[in-house]
Design a protein around this ligand. Structure first.
Ligand SMILES: Nc1ncnc2c1ncn2[C@@H]1O[C@H](COP(=O)(O)OP(=O)(O)OP(=O)(O)O)[C@@H](O)[C@H]1O
Length: 254
């Protein structure tokens, strides 16, 4: 069985079929990209995996779990974390505080143990800090750790969003347009972060991205979508030279 498996998934919004009988699977350890013109259904696929929406048909399995039978909150507990197209951080909190919030799913304490700051709570707090500091070092965010999000440049906030998702200790990282709004240099940096996350942290990455340079540079496989359905699936070179993909993009540009 594949690490992540979507089978015959369909979701309609009224008369619009946002995802149309879509099947694909992602293997453990790969970087897998979803591309396609605006409105192709890419974000909806992310929202289905995150259990933000329920499909009308089909199945979604991750790491041996039937995601559709779990509570939406259970997805994070299975080890799925995501970033958002419009960065979702606490603006008035520092980088460090935002990352500590990301550790929340690992808290095993309750109100009383926290009230009395028992040894187990203290130990957990130390472990959380340690892990968060490692992520700050890993993504080179030391200079910003005590800075509030609101005052940070956009490119740094994008990296903090990735850091916050990593703080949940995921097995699968969903990156929603990691390069959107970034300069050419920042996009190159993002490419190396994604590569390091896969190679050094061993985390599987599924991303939606429009920047074909980033997609080709970092992805093992690419799924091209149009009108909610699969147009092509293969290596970046295979997908970029697929006639159906070329037509969908040219049709979109025209
Ligand atoms: N909540 C919603 N209600 C109604 N229609 C929706 C909703 N979400 C998405 N859609 C529609 O579903 C289709 C797929 O949208 P989706 O956002 O998944 O595309 P996308 O490929 O992510 O596009 P983009 O690249 O612009 O982000 C579009 O026609 C969109 O208008």
């Amino acid at each position: 069985m594949s690490f992540l498996e979507l089978k015959d998934v369909t979701l309609k919004f009224g008369g619009v079929t946002a995802v149309d009988n879509l099947s694909f699977s992602v293997e453990e350890g790969e970087v897998f990209a979803i591309v396609g013109p605006n409105g192709a259904g890419k974000s909806t696929v992310f929202n289905l995996i995150s259990r933000f929406y329920d499909p009308h048909n089909g199945s979604i399995k991750f790491d041996g779990h039937d995601l559709l039978k779990s509570k939406p909150s259970g997805v994070a507990a299975f080890g799925v974390a995501r970033t958002f197209q419009n960065i979702e951080l606490f603006d008035q909190a520092t980088v460090l505080e935002n990352l500590l919030v990301g550790r929340h799913r690992h808290r095993q304490s309750n109100f009383l143990t926290e009230l009395f700051f028992t040894p187990s709570v203290k130990k957990q707090e130390v472990q959380n800090r340690h892990m968060v500091e490692e992520i700050i070092d890993f993504l080179d965010l030391q200079a910003y750790r005590e800075k509030r999000i609101a005052g940070l440049p956009y490119g740094v906030r994008k990296v903090v969003e990735v850091a916050r998702a990593l703080a949940t200790d995921p097995k699968l990282l969903l990156l929603d347009e990691p390069a959107s709004g970034l300069s050419v240099e920042e996009t190159t940096d993002m490419r190396w972060w994604i590569d390091d996350i896969r190679r050094q942290m061993g985390i599987t990455v599924l991303m939606v991205e429009h920047d074909m340079g980033l997609v080709s540079g970092v992805s093992d496989r690419v799924l091209a979508m149009a009108d909610g359905a699969k147009l092509a699936l293969g290596t970046p070179v295979e997908v970029q030279s697929d006639p159906a993909v070329i037509e969908a993009y040219l049709g979109h540009v025209a």
